[in-house]
Design a protein around this ligand. Structure first.
Ligand code: NDP
Ligand code: MG
Length: 384
């Protein structure tokens, strides 16, 4: 039996993880869960899975949870509780599925446990890949990606992180809801249009990232760190059907891809399986009606890709500035303070305004994140 700690249980990745657990109760157990504010969903999950521990920072939620739960789940809050929950000896697997920069703290604690991390929270790697990967190595912690593209690459590498014979890795992008639209077609798009992804049902932040294609740039940086390869190994290619989740080409000319219908349970089940395969309900690919297409990443987003490649090459503080400017831009768009294409402006102008530095530690990341958010806010205010 594998005991799982699910960080961000009430989110979209949380849903997929819980569904994989429900289909494999002989092998998988929800031992602990965390959430932020979605109390009613947390209660539903707790009643169904009876985790040993439930953590949230919100004091009011804690007393409410205690009143509502009749089983013996222990409710926790406060930094000390969170730390000891992540380090709890009975936990085998920690799933990092909090969205955005908020997932950094727990991913860093998890990296020091020597357990297995299933990583969805790509932002923590973008801002602190230079810290998290060495920490994980030092403590014998394995990081298995569950972002579908990275899990596909991991599967194509036959579950090994070795990339010696690799000549190219293609990261596929669905193109999001605005496939084939140029930037000038996107000036007036609404929040609802941007949130409506054609292939995936996800949380709001990553849905906007998919619509702007920033998600693919974050994923390029994530891939560079997870597979320890120079950015020049990675190509970004638009593949609207989201069937081929990524492709690894070896130096002998063989290209290996991982395919499935778009469903996050597939990479999650793989990552939870220890190279066996877990059974889940999935819809088979109908190969007879398959019509796959691949095309270049849109030219008018080349500046965005250049910034992501610069972050890969420079490392240091640059990922923090990129991520923070994007988080402020997405939040401002979701609050109807700026238009869709202004998101790019906020990123470009913030990235230009803050000088890059190689001097990186955990404290400086938090300071720089704060500084970048203030700078990005200034840009937002100058637009509105
Ligand atoms: P959601 O917005 O659906 O869920 C986010 C989760 O994080 C919720 O449980 C939320 O709690 C919790 N949370 C949010 N803010 C905080 C905070 N400040 N402190 C503690 N917990 C917090 O996001 P997704 O599930 O879509 O995405 C999660 C991560 O996985 C992201 O990094 C995303 O990029 C990545 N990912 C997601 C994919 C997907 O298909 N959704 C695919 C690949 C990667 P509450 O609900 O209680 O507020
Ligand atoms: Mg992805």
């Amino acid at each position: 039996m594998k005991n799982i700690l699910l960080l961000g249980a009430t989110g979209s990745i949380g849903d997929s993880v819980l569904s994989v657990i429900e289909q494999n109760t002989n092998d998988l157990n929800l031992y602990g869960m965390t959430f932020n504010s979605n109390f009613s969903k947390a209660i539903q999950i707790a009643k169904k899975h009876s985790p040993n521990f439930i953590y949230t920072e919100d004091e009011n939620c804690i007393s409410e949870l205690k009143r509502s739960l009749s089983d013996d789940s222990e409710t926790l809050n406060g930094k000390f509780d969170l730390n000891s929950l992540i380090r709890n000896q009975n936990i085998d697997v920690i799933i990092s599925a909090i969205s955005g920069f908020a997932g950094l703290e727990t991913t860093i604690i998890a990296a020091k446990t020597g357990k297995t991390i299933l990583l969805a929270n790509k932002e923590s790697i973008v801002v602190a890949g230079d810290i998290i990967l060495p920490l994980a190595k030092e403590h014998g912690t394995s990081i298995i990606p569950i972002d579908s593209e990275h899990n596909a690459i991991f599967q194509c590498l036959a579950g090994e992180m070795s990339t010696e014979d690799v000549s190219k890795i293609i990261i596929t992008a669905s193109g999001g809801p605005f496939l084939n639209k140029s930037l000038k077609d996107l000036v007036d798009v609404t929040k609802d249009q941007a949130l409506k992804h054609p292939n995936w049902d996800m949380g709001s932040k990553i849905s906007i990232d998919s619509a702007t294609l920033v998600n693919k740039c974050l994923e390029l940086i994530e891939a560079k760190y997870l597979f320890n390869l120079n950015e020049s190994f990675f190509d970004l290619v638009v593949h609207p059907q989201s069937i081929v989740h990524s492709i690894v080409t070896y130096r002998d000319g063989s290209s290996i891809c991982q395919m499935s219908n778009p469903n996050m349970q597939v990479p999650i089940a793989h990552a939870l399986s220890d190279s066996r395969r877990l059974s889940i309900n999935f819809s088979e690919i109908d190969f007879s009606s398959l019509n796959l297409s691949f095309s270049n990443f849109p030219e008018d987003r080349s500046r965005l890709v250049d910034i992501a490649r610069e972050v890969c090459n420079f490392g240091g503080s640059s990922g923090t500035v990129f991520n923070a400017s994007n988080e402020i831009a997405v939040k401002s768009f979701l609050e109807n303070r700026i238009g869709f294409t202004d998101i790019y402006d906020v990123i470009y102008r913030t990235f230009e305004a803050i000088p890059m530095s190689n001097n990186l530690n955990i404290d400086s990341i938090y300071e720089l994140d704060n500084e970048s958010r203030m700078e990005a806010e200034k840009v937002v205010k100058s637009i509105t």
